[in-house]
Design a protein around this ligand. Structure first.
Ligand code: HDD
Length: 723
């Protein structure tokens, strides 16, 4: 474990302090403060006799234990969180009066929880899934929760369909299989009948669903929100989180391996980065659309299956989020935190997006069962940093001791308190949007284009990314047993891209679909004419968008990247330490892996600490591998089957690999290495991610550049590595 970093403090973490408990140097007590003399044995009628009901200490201990569990979140059950701060770069007052977006010197405490959606609390972090990205800002005007995902769009357009979507993706109800996976019949049955999901399916089948780290994924508020300024002028806004480490993902084969080797991979990665002081950072981005431009786009701003391409409305980066403190207690903080899209502050408001509107109901409702009653806002992690005054009283587990006789308004006995706040005192006033309409269950025709942005996404991907989408769909639909579902899905894919549909059809060995027969949308009311609900096809205004491809992300740093050094007794100390030091100087996290734990002895008898043995390590947990020289070390590593497997697998997963020239025989024992080229120039290394040199400085320099590339996806084409 890295050394524990000094724990950052802010107004919110200071507020939590009175609620924390620290047992060091203290006597053990009951929950009622009585010191306990024997925590080992229950009270019995004789040493071999029955336990007595009188044993209040045993009863209390067992009773509390029996009630330790609460229901897990119905979605996003698996997650991890951290404390941090947010600061705006410059005042956003021309767009919003939100206090936390006015003054660059104001530091707003935040608590951020990342999650997968479908799996239960104990499921693997590396499921192919959407990731939740929920941020609670503890502002001076109350809590603002930005409850987003790592994908900018959603599966469905109306909250009415959310329970159906979730029932379809969760494990099937008869046998509770599969856990944390969408690769099963019920999910694709539903999706194949709901073409509005086509755009989100492109994102879900892309590498975005397999993040390398929570710290390396984007976040999105998804819906269009409103900003409102002091003059009550409103504009539309989409929120983005841009990770400063870039957006990076792992390979699907790797993800599946990680799920076995370390199901806590993302949780551990977040925790360790913060403990080591490598604080994760994101910039908050906004896309602002004047109200007058509401109908300027070829999609509806209220439709959550659409994004605003950055080419049409650039993302302005307006502030920075830094996560700098791990929670003290997972249950008290991460499990009990209650996010709600309806927690907004003056200066921010909703729109009529029908998915957003339904969410406004769901989040408080779900906490009532999950956290056990209406006072969940009093749980320390959920409390705002400002005082709470109102006439709500009592209820299960009430903590606040409200003084006085008055709990109603208007009142004269309490002097009219608490007062309502006028606009100048920061009272929340909803945007007075004019609504003049018939009450109707229905969907706007402006929501009926389901394919143009799915196409835009697919067209914007690099070749490797497109291949990954094809592979993902071939995998997922390959797990579907019902042939009719596969065929229906291929019909939908053919509306997105004929080549994509043909490639998946080839893998499934079914006929290449022609444009499907109508209807392809099966989601319409009883008595409706299906023809009225079929998707419309429009030509989007863009054919591709750079921001949608991870190939265009930042690749300038190896900070927090994990690099494995495979070595054994007899290693050439210089060849190991020089490269290790160079990688660490760039922020890499270097671990020595050896046949045994403890340490290895270098050729000149220096003890070098070992972090993992080949038994406990796995290549999928590292970003790159280095083989130092030293005759005996090289011979031992070459003889170690797990080391050769490690290298083959690292190569298969397209990672940077470097070796001292003295260690080339280890590479020769792999499947991928043929012969040394004449020269390892920067060009070839950055293309192939492989470097061999006897010049440690040159090797380290090129290796750093190669690791920063993240992956060398071109290697996938030959697919000859049996790792
Ligand atoms: Fe949701 C949790 C994000 C649609 C109902 N949602 C939840 C979390 C995230 C999101 C990140 C986890 C929060 C945490 O860490 O505690 N949800 C989204 C996004 C959506 C979305 C980005 C679409 C744009 N959600 C959505 C709909 C509904 C819900 C349409 C219901 C109508 N979501 C819930 C919930 C959860 C939840 C059932 C489960 C646990 C919780 O709220 O606190 O109320």
């Amino acid at each position: 474990m890295p050394e524990k970093s000094p724990q950052a403090e802010n107004e919110k973490t200071n507020n939590l302090k009175p609620h924390t408990e620290e047992a060091s140097g203290q006597f053990m007590t009951t929950n009622h403060g009585v010191k306990i003399n024997d925590d080992q044995n229950s009270l019995k009628a004789g040493e071999r006799g029955p336990t007595l009901l009188e044993d209040f200490i045993l009863r209390e201990k067992i009773t509390h234990f029996d009630h330790e569990r609460i229901p897990e979140r119905i979605v996003h059950a698996r997650g991890s969180a951290a404390h941090g701060v947010f600061k705006v770069y410059e005042s956003m007052s021309s767009f919003t009066k939100a206090h936390f977006l006015q003054d660059p010197s104001v530091e707003t405490p935040v608590f951020v929880r990342f999650s997968t959606v479908a799996g239960s609390r104990g499921s693997t972090d590396l499921a192919r899934d959407v990731r939740g990205f929920a941020v609670k800002f503890y502002t001076q005007e109350g809590n603002f929760d930005l409850v987003g995902n790592n994908m900018p769009v959603f599966f469905i357009q109306d909250a009415m369909k959310f329970p159906d979507l979730v029932h379809a993706v969760k494990p099937e109800p008869d046998n509770e299989i599969p856990q944390a996976a969408s690769a099963h019949d019920t999910f694709w049955d539903f999706i194949s009948l709901m073409p509005e999901s086509a755009h989100m399916i492109m994102w879900l089948m892309s590498d975005r669903s397999l993040p390398r780290s929570y710290r390396m994924m984007e976040g999105f508020g998804v819906h269009t929100f409103r900003f409102v300024n002091e003059n009550n002028e409103a504009c539309f806004v989409k929120f983005h989180w841009k990770p400063l480490l870039g957006v990076h993902s792992v390979a699907w084969d790797e993800a599946q391996n990680i799920s076995g080797k370390d199901p806590d991979y993302h949780r551990r990665d977040l925790w360790e980065a913060i403990e080591s002081g490598a604080f994760p950072e994101w910039e908050l981005g906004v896309q602002i659309v004047p109200e007058a431009d509401e109908h300027k786009f070829d999609f509806d701003l209220l439709d959550p299956t659409k994004l605003i391409p950055e080419e049409l409305v650039p993302v302005q980066r307006i502030g920075k989020l830094t996560l700098n403190r791990n929670p003290d207690n997972f249950f008290a903080e991460t499990e009990q935190v209650a996010f709600h899209i309806g927690h907004i502050v003056p200066g921010i408001d909703f729109t009529n997006d029908p998915l957003l509107q339904g969410r406004l109901f769901s989040y408080t409702d779900t906490q009532l069962i999950r956290l056990g009653g209406p006072n969940f806002h009093e749980i320390p992690i959920n409390r705002p940093v400002v005082d709470v005054h109102n006439n709500q009283r009592d209820g299960h587990m009430r903590q606040t001791i409200n003084k006085g006789k008055v709990s109603y308004n208007p009142n004269s006995m309490g002097g009219g308190c608490p007062f309502q706040a006028g606009a100048k005192d920061g009272g929340f006033i909803s945007v007075p949007e004019r609504v003049d309409a018939h009450k109707i269950r229905g969907r706007s025709k402006s929501f009926f284009d389901h394919f143009s942005q799915a196409k835009l996404f697919f067209n914007s991907q690099s070749l490797a990314e497109q291949n990954h989408i094809i592979d993902a769909l071939s995998f997922e639909l390959g797990k579907v047993q019902t042939v009719a579902i596969r065929e229906r899905m291929l019909g939908i894919l053919s509306m997105v891209d004929k080549g994509l549909a043909a490639a998946v059809a080839y893998a499934l060995r079914v006929p290449v679909p022609q444009t499907p027969e109508q209807p392809i949308n099966h989601s319409f009311p009883a008595d409706a004419d299906p023809a009225d609900y079929q998707p419309i096809e429009i030509e989007g205004s863009l054919t591709s968008s750079e921001a949608l491809s991870m190939a265009n992300t930042i690749k300038d740093s190896i900070k927090t990247r994990k690099i494995a050094i495979l070595a054994a007794d007899g290693v050439d100390e210089n060849s190991l330490q020089a490269v290790k030091a160079a990688l660490e100087a760039e922020g890499g996290v270097v671990e020595v892996i050896a046949p045994r734990q403890g340490y290895i002895l270098s050729a000149n008898d220096t003890e070098i600490p070992v972090h993992q043995s080949f038994l406990t390590a796995a290549s999928v947990l590292y970003d790159a591998v280095y083989l130092p020289g030293g005759t005996n070390s090289v011979a031992s590593v070459e003889a170690e089957a797990d080391a050769i497997h490690f290298l083959n697998e690292a190569f298969k997963h397209c990672k940077a690999i470097a070796a001292d020239e003295g260690a080339v025989q280890v590479l020769e024992a792999t499947y991928f290495f043929k012969k040394l080229p004449d020269e390892f120039s920067e060009d070839t290394v950055l293309k192939e991610g492989l470097i061999v040199s006897n010049d440690s400085a040159k090797l380290a320099d090129l290796f750093v550049k190669a690791i920063a590339q993240h992956r060398f996806w071109d290697r996938e084409k030959p697919r000859k590595v049996p790792a």
